[in-house]
Ligand binder design. Structure first.
Ligand SMILES: [Zn+2]
Length: 310
């Protein structure tokens, strides 16, 4: 399985256009040892010829036009992107679907609740139905393994088995109360366990950290790309003087009691990589104590263009 990290930052990217925090300011000034980052986006492929996007980031157009692996093949309209799998209805996970509106037939996998949020209340996404055939929605059921076959798969070894793991998060604030009441809470935010040819990828760019299922998936995976949004729970408040706590936004912080570092001391065999890094996170500064602390505890820090072969 080929895995590409096309984008690695949380919503807003790094630097964020309207943010004057120490990280963003120092990056703009060229005095921070670290890289700029687009918003979190991962793509996977069994062979490198057809691709599955894990979510669709607000930076998707830039991310796929800069990488020749996603270029059309031939003179007409075509794409090696065949499938998109969504982990939530958060703007950061779905806005990029609108970049894919150019009359391209695609398949989108999501929980039924996420699909209802996008199709019943957000008429803008109807632009995806103009393709012929229209976008095809497929339902991801919690803890059920679903085979995903790409158009040019040659053998069963190239089929992805995809399971959605409920991570206990919430639906986005923009969902209306009447719709929210008719949705299933466990379908709001999922992690993806993807198996191909006995190799396992665990993808959880938003990890509230409730329950234990995510730990089982992380420790049994070969590669885990996991929520590294915030270093502390009160990070936004500390940096900006206001802002929700990390946990209140569905992101378990990296440090402190009950933080990701403490909860993943069991490790397992997985190569563990932090993704979805918020611009305020000190981990982005490669000379910071926080950066060294996450590296010392066995985590890598994702950057745009990071690639893996499983
Ligand atoms: Zn900032």
């Amino acid at each position: 399985m080929r895995v590409k990290g096309l984008g690695s930052a949380a919503g807003g990217g790094f630097p964020q256009w309207n943010c004057g925090c120490s990280n963003c300011s120092r990056l703009r000034a060229g005095v921070l040892k670290g890289r700029s980052r687009t918003q979190a986006q991962v793509a996977i492929s069994p062979t490198g010829s057809d691709w599955i996007l894990l979510n669709a980031s607000p930076d998707l157009r830039q991310q796929i036009t800069q990488d020749r692996d996603f270029a059309p093949n031939g003179n007409g309209r075509s794409t090696p992107i065949a499938v998109i799998v969504l982990t939530s209805a958060d703007v950061d996970c779905v806005l990029g679907l609108l970049h894919l509106r150019e009359f391209q037939p695609l398949r989108i996998y999501s929980t039924l609740s996420v699909r209802r949020v996008l199709t019943e209340e957000n008429s803008l996404f109807k632009t995806l139905e103009r393709s012929n055939p229209p976008i095809q929605w497929e339902v991801l059921r919690i803890n059920e393994r679903l085979p995903i076959r790409l158009p040019r798969a040659n053998s069963d070894k190239e089929i992805f088995l995809c399971s959605a793991i409920s991570l206990g998060g919430d639906f986005p604030d923009y969902v209306s109360d009447p719709l929210r009441r008719s949705l299933h809470q466990e379908e709001a935010v999922v992690g993806l366990e993807i198996i191909q040819n006995e190799k396992r990828l665990f993808y959880a760019p938003g990890l509230p950290g409730r329950g234990e299922d995510w730990k089982r998936c992380l420790s049994s995976s070969d590669l885990a790309l996991v929520d590294g949004s915030f270093w502390t729970d009160d990070e936004l408040n500390k940096v900006h003087g206001a802002g929700k706590a990390a946990r209140a936004m569905g992101h378990m912080p990296l440090s402190g009691t009950g933080g990701l570092r403490e909860q993943t001391k069991f490790a397992g065999r997985a190569r563990r990589v932090l993704i979805h890094l918020n611009n305020t996170n000190p981990v982005l500064d490669e000379e910071s104590a926080a950066h060294h602390a996450v590296r010392d505890s066995g985590w890598e820090v994702a950057y745009d263009g990071m690639e893996f072969n499983l």
